[in-house]
Design a protein around this ligand. Structure first.
Ligand code: GDP
Ligand code: MG
Length: 293
């Protein structure tokens, strides 16, 4: 009997969730950034190997919400947590301690799934530190999402924990998201790479047009920010920064879609979009109300 089910990757911002997901699925599905909270949506990756199919959910950080976008992120993460067959609780080994998931996530009811605690970034910690963590967390797995150490053994263990089930998706499928969605994530990721401080969290990317039938593929993308000052930063002196972002993003999109791309990139101000439910919906983010209804 094959096995299939949902593995939800959860953990503090910056623990390495997106890096791990990309490694497991073998494609760059979820954006990776040294800046925390770069993952806003629940990214679905699918891995089918042998007779095991894992549907992987990446979660935005389970942080205390300060504004509507963060509430959206937290409710998305919680929903993924309660849907899971297995919860992969990822902890940055550099943190030294492993707080309980229920505390980190401030859960008001227990998850039904088996929780596997996984210590990440073992490439950065010594053997002594590892022993220390293991003594307090006997069942923990140790991995490096970056170089892949321990990941195969972890996948094997996760597979045994999934329910007996026929595959839920075709074997060659790696995601349920659209090319358009990944394109907007690649543009947003590239913008994040070029920005410091608070600006990145105010950037949303919207694909206004995507014409695949022509060569090069024509894509018009808009980076939305919340204030004029942010727009000026994003555009840069003489348009230098937005051009750099556009060029780098185009190269990533070309690698992803496998054909030449013309990227028409714009920057616009949408005041306070992170606090506006209509804007959040427009950019594809759920709000807590969507889930309770
Ligand atoms: P997320 O916020 O949990 O999704 O974390 P990301 O996957 O975006 O990773 C956060 C940062 O940690 C990035 O700079 C990654 O390159 C880095 N990182 C992730 N996994 C590892 C690892 O195993 N070892 C090291 N050294 N760095 C890692
Ligand atoms: Mg992430």
């Amino acid at each position: 009997m094959p096995k299939a089910g949902i593995v939800t990757v959860v953990g503090k911002p910056n623990a390495g969730k997106s890096t791990l997901l990309n490694r497991i699925v073998g494609e760059k599905l979820s954006i990776v950034s040294p800046k925390p909270q770069s993952t806003r949506d629940r990214i679905v990756g699918i891995r089918t190997a042998g007779d095991v199919q894992m549907i992987l959910l990446d979660t935005p950080g389970l942080l205390a919400p300060r504004y509507l976008l963060q509430e959206s992120m937290r409710s998305t993460a919680l929903a993924a947590l309660y849907e899971a067959d297995v919860v992969l609780y990822l902890v940055d080994g550099m943190d030294g301690t492993v707080p309980r998931l229920s505390e980190v996530a401030a859960l008001d009811r227990p998850v039904r799934a088996t929780v596997v605690t996984v210590i990440n970034k073992i490439d950065l910690i010594g053997a002594g530190q590892r022993e220390e963590i293991l003594s307090h967390n006997p069942g923990a797995a140790f991995i490096s999402s970056l170089n892949g150490d321990g990941v195969d053994a972890l996948l094997e263990r996760l597979g045994t924990l999934l329910p007996d089930s026929p595959f839920l998706y075709p074997e060659d499928e790696i995601s349920t998201q659209t090319v358009r969605f990944f394109t907007s994530e690649l543009v947003r990721e590239t913008a994040l790479e070029q920005l410091d401080d608070e600006v990145p969290y105010s950037v949303a990317c919207e694909i206004e047009e995507f014409r695949e039938s022509q060569s090069p593929v024509y894509i018009r993308a808009v980076l939305h920010v919340e204030r004029d000052s942010q727009k000026r930063i994003l555009i840069g002196a003489g348009g230098q920064r937005v051009r750099t972002i556009g060029r780098a993003a185009r190269e990533k999109i070309e690698a992803f879609v496998g054909s030449p791309v013309y990227l028409d990139l714009w920057v616009k101000v949408l005041p306070n979009w992170r606090r506006n439910p209509h804007s959040l919906h427009r950019f594809g983010y759920d709000t807590p109300e969507d889930r309770s209804s």
